[in-house]
Design a protein. Structure first.
Length: 133
């Protein structure tokens, strides 16, 4: 995870530098939106990058992280991956309805919340059973 951490911290450093240059170069009182977006981009690189760096120091190195690793060290079972599921789509539609309720009326919160709740229950049941519902 060290490589991923260094990559994300590099992204954060790049966008932090661009954000500082942008703030000084284009400062006329109307460009605060661009500055805030660059600060957000910097944080989106810094927060997971620092977490990955913290975690990489506490776990044993993976074959990808070791310089003396050979091809056979990475062989074997890679891991388990989830099967296809409808619940991320249901969650997205529920959140979409909840956001639309701010535009069209609060009556859309009820169906949106019910979809979010059913998606949370569905994905929990599906992950515990190991299959599709």
């Amino acid at each position: 995870m060290r490589i991923e951490a260094l990559f994300l911290l590099g992204v954060a450093a790049f966008f932090g530098l661009v954000g500082i240059l942008y703030w000084f170069w284009a400062y006329d009182g109307t460009t605060s939106g661009g500055t805030m977006m660059l600060i957000g981009t910097t944080l989106l690189g810094f927060i997971p990058g620092s977490y990955y760096l913290w975690w990489s120091r506490r776990m044993k190195p993976r074959p990808e992280d070791r310089t003396d690793a050979e091809m056979k060290d990475g062989a074997g079972v890679v891991g388990s991956f989830p099967s296809s599921s409808i619940w991320p789509f249901v969650l997205g539609m529920g959140l979409f309805l909840m956001v639309l309720s701010m535009v069209f009326g609060l009556w859309l919160i009820a169906p949106g919340a019910s979809l979010v709740l059913s998606a949370a229950i569905g994905v929990t049941v599906e992950s515990r059973r190991g299959g599709t519902i």
